[in-house]
Design a protein around this ligand. Structure first.
Ligand SMILES: [Fe+2]
Ligand SMILES: [Fe+2]
Length: 455
């Protein structure tokens, strides 16, 4: 199959271009972060194997100009689409580029995908005598290369496999958590594509477009405005978590995830302010958030749900899940014998509403990934359905929320004790009775595996 090169340093944009073109045109899409990487690749290719190149201009690892120069000086004669937010007139290296519109095009970023599809189709026609590889799937379904599913471990939409030209079977439900070995199993059976309904696919694209637009808009925020992760907070965590039997890699992963979660939070004007507040005035709550994010990351890592996209969601939720609680209330609720019914009416109201209130506030900030508010909303649900606000049971609480619920309960159970083998066994017994059901099963397995201290 002929190859289409997508050269772009922003991973989300790369992914979006790839997903959307792949749904309509049957080529082998290969992604590169910069021109140099693409040039190295091209050096080993047969010129006739390359169908088209789509490239950004401004990239740290080699510009679109470097790539175009290489193409001009070589035997390659494939169409080249320059996809950039730079003013075309300002670009050196592209003199005469637009004189051959049948082969060379400039698209201004951002663009709507329809324009890209039209131009792709047109250039393809010019170069294949009309033999463009257009996909014809039944109207309601769109194909998705299964390699894209490695990018995340929680499903943003439903995925199907195709049994016959009209029969599709759902294999991953929206919100499910899956590990890489699940995808690999299908790949080994020769499955290259999963399918999504058209509506779901559009939603997936919209979500990506949304992330990208946000990214472009906040590139200008000054670095002095960014809030970092406080090192003393990390130090305390590291000492307290060292006795937990976690591997060094897991601790490093948790640390990096917490850092990138804070980076994402910094992008949203509103949450940025909230975080600043939290770090300054309610340190215990902030520490509690980081701590639960560490535990949740460790659970996910031991189950091989290690994609950054998934872990970042949990980490952001962890940082904000309790922020609606006052310092007083947070202290009270952290005590072993805490009972909601013993609270004064006003305080009880705050307590019972804190998941809902925090979730709806998070939802208002566009820069926060889809799904974060759901974790926050569900963080007081229980396997028996006795939790709040929605009394969801083990089957209805999202798997990703279950990871977080178990993490918090583990922290609560442990209190200020050190995690010895005896205490581990105690918690294990208790949790097995409580959590060995529905969507909690896997996270429980992950917790017990991750935190098993040496005897
Ligand atoms: Fe909490
Ligand atoms: Fe809470």
């Amino acid at each position: 199959m002929k190859k289409v090169l997508i050269v772009e340093d922003n991973e989300d944009i790369r992914e979006l271009l790839n997903l959307s073109l792949e749904a309509d045109f049957n080529y082998d899409y290969i992604q590169f972060e910069g021109a140099f990487e693409a040039i190295e690749f091209l050096k080993d290719q047969k010129t006739s194997d390359i169908h088209m190149i789509i490239s950004d201009f401004n990239m740290p690892e080699g510009t679109g100009g470097d790539l175009y120069k290489f193409i001009k000086d070589s035997d390659y004669n494939c169409p080249f689409i320059l996809f950039t937010s730079e003013q075309f007139a300002d670009l050196k290296d592209f003199g005469g580029f637009l004189d051959t519109p049948e082969k060379h095009r400039h698209i201004s970023k951002p663009t709507d995908l329809d324009e890209l599809h039209e131009i792709f189709n047109e250039l393809s026609h010019n170069f294949t005598d009309g033999q463009t590889e257009v996909i014809c799937e039944p109207d309601d379904y769109v194909r998705i290369n299964i390699k894209h599913l490695y990018k995340s471990n929680d499903a943003f939409i439903n995925y199907y496999i195709k049994l016959s030209s009209s029969k599709f079977v759902k294999i991953i439900k929206k919100g499910d958590l899956y590990d890489d070995s699940f995808i690999k199993k299908y790949q080994e059976k020769g499955v290259c594509f999963f399918f999504a309904t058209k509506n779901d696919f559009e939603q997936l694209n919209c979500n990506l477009i949304h992330i990208i637009t946000k990214d472009l808009n906040c590139e200008h925020r000054g670095s002095e405005e960014q809030i970092g992760i406080q090192n003393d907070a990390l130090d305390i965590l590291e000492t307290s978590i060292k006795n937990f039997g976690l591997t060094k890699q897991t601790i490093t992963l948790a640390k990096n995830i917490a850092k990138s979660a804070i980076k994402i939070i910094n992008k949203g004007p509103k949450l940025h302010g909230l975080l600043k507040n939290l770090q300054g005035t309610n340190k215990d709550l902030y520490q509690h958030g980081l701590f639960s994010s560490y535990v949740a990351t460790a659970i996910c890592a031991s189950l091989n749900w290690k994609s950054h996209a998934t872990l970042e969601k949990i980490a952001i939720a962890a940082i904000f899940h309790d922020y609606k609680l006052t310092e007083e209330l947070f202290k009270l609720s952290s005590q072993k014998l805490f009972l909601v019914d013993e609270l004064e009416t006003a305080e009880r109201k705050i307590y019972l509403n804190h998941p809902k209130d925090a979730a709806s506030e998070i939802d208002q900030d566009d820069s926060i990934p889809e799904g974060v508010s759901q974790i926050i909303l569900q963080h007081h649900e229980t396997p028996t359905g006795s939790g709040f606000p929605k009394q969801l049971g083990a089957g209805n609480t999202a798997p990703i929320s279950c990871v977080f619920i178990i993490s918090e309960d583990f922290i609560h159970e442990l209190g200020s004790r050190e995690l010895t083998k005896k205490i581990y066994n105690e918690i294990k017994e208790k949790f097995k009775k409580k959590y060995d059901k529905g969507n909690y099963k896997k996270p429980l397995e992950g917790l017990l595996k991750a935190f098993n201290p040496p005897s």
